[in-house]
Design a protein around this ligand. Structure first.
Ligand code: NAD
Length: 356
């Protein structure tokens, strides 16, 4: 029997509830496909501050590095909002991403047919639905470049610099081409090559790597046009690859047009098979402990883990298909029920397990 160790970072707010849902779904899918999971919980965020005075204890980092993969709920909440920056729960997110060398962020944005009514775009625009995978570079670019304050032409000025090495672009481009190969073989590379030198290198290197993937159709798009195209005709996109900052902005835009923050998973990957999987939403302190949280984003994050970390394609597809069936059958948690009777977090989890 195959067996994997998963580090669980439940975190704060609804984090424990949704991670526990994903654990139950993983256990059920493990039984069906003869996979054994061993779960090791570690503290992170506010829960870690309360227990040991820091948001990312050493034991947590060591546990994540030793595990086969990591499942994270969410961190943060009003209780810790007034702490100094280095002690904020959110500091733990950057810390764990950097400790694990997670240079790729995969964020799918899919409009479920059953949830078309949730999309803020006009019905005729999303008639054919959309299913986009954004591959965002996560450890380079302007968020990590030289920055500071200096005396400029008009007095005090601040600056941030964007730098990308050929190595960093090649590495993320290969992930994107491989991702496209597993999907519809179409890739859009987004940059600002009409203005930025880093984007010109980005475009040149992406085209070079494209030679290794003759089966993938690749096109370039300027980021301003991409922001517009995402709301004009989202179904034209399949896989998108872009830099850290452009990816940050475009992936939030893409998630909003699906209309449902409680549905969207994500994966952050490094060179090896390890990775960190988490919902894109936060710790939702307003509904924590009330059994109202939608567990689907975290359950689908566990599904991405099965696919990307372990290559368990069938088990991963079983989770995605169970979620589809639950939605098609009309079951909703409160965030999607618009006041109609809704399932609790546990009931929704039970229903997904039933549909597996
Ligand atoms: P949020 O995503 O936690 O919540 C925004 C709104 O969406 C809330 O009304 C919430 O109830 C709802 N919501 C979110 N997830 C839901 C789910 N699964 N089911 C049902 N409803 C859901 O964003 P926020 O309110 O801006 O932030 C709350 C806290 O989370 C803050 O401390 C913030 O720093 C932190 N945060 C953490 C992460 C992370 O851990 N990766 C990401 C974003 C925000």
């Amino acid at each position: 029997m195959k067996s994997y160790t998963i580090a669980l970072l439940r975190g704060d707010g609804i984090g424990p509830e949704i991670v526990d849902s994903a654990v139950r779904v993983l256990e059920a899918v493990g039984e069906k496909f003869a996979i054994q999971f061993s779960f090791k919980p570690y503290l992170i965020g506010g829960a870690a501050i309360d227990a040991c005075g820091e948001p990312l204890p050493k034991a947590t980092v060591e546990g994540c590095l030793a595990a086969d993969s990591v499942l994270l709920g969410a961190v943060g909440g009003p209780k810790w909002d007034n702490l100094p920056g280095h002690l904020r729960p959110e500091k733990a997110l950057l810390g764990i991403r950097s400790a694990m060398g997670l240079f790729t962020n995969l964020r799918p944005a899919k409009l479920y047919p059953a949830l078309k009514g949730e999309c803020p775009l006009r019905a005729d625009i999303v008639e054919n639905g959309f299913d986009i995978m954004i591959v965002r570079e996560l450890t380079g670019g302007i968020y990590f470049g030289e920055r500071g304050y200096r005396e400029g032409k008009y007095g005090e000025e601040a600056y941030d610099t964007e730098a990308y090495s050929r190595f960093e672009i090649e590495r993320i481009a290969r992930v994107a081409f491989e991702t496209a190969r597993k999907r519809s073989k179409r890739l859009t590379s987004i940059d600002k090559a009409n203005v930025l030198e880093t984007s010109r290198l980005w475009r040149k290197v992406v085209h070079e790597i494209a030679q290794e993937y003759p089966d993938i159709e690749v096109c370039d798009m300027l980021v301003d046009n991409a922001a517009m195209q995402l709301v004009r005709n989202p179904s034209q996109f399949d896989v998108i690859v872009t830099s850290n900052m452009f990816g940050d902005i475009l992936s939030d835009e893409a998630s909003q047009i699906t209309g449902s923050i409680g549905m969207l998973p994500s994966a952050s990957l490094n060179e090896g098979k390890r990775g960190l999987y988490e919902p894109i939403h936060g710790s939702a302190p307003d509904i924590a402990g009330q059994g109202k949280a939608n567990p689907i984003a975290t359950v689908l994050s566990a599904g991405m883990m099965l696919l990307y970390a372990f290559g368990e394609t069938e088990a991963s597809e079983a989770i995605v298909s169970a979620v589809d069936k639950v939605l098609e059958a009309g079951y909703r948690t409160a965030d999607l029920a618009h006041g109609a009777p809704a399932l609790s977090t546990t009931e929704m989890t039970d229903m997904i397990i039933k549909m597996l």
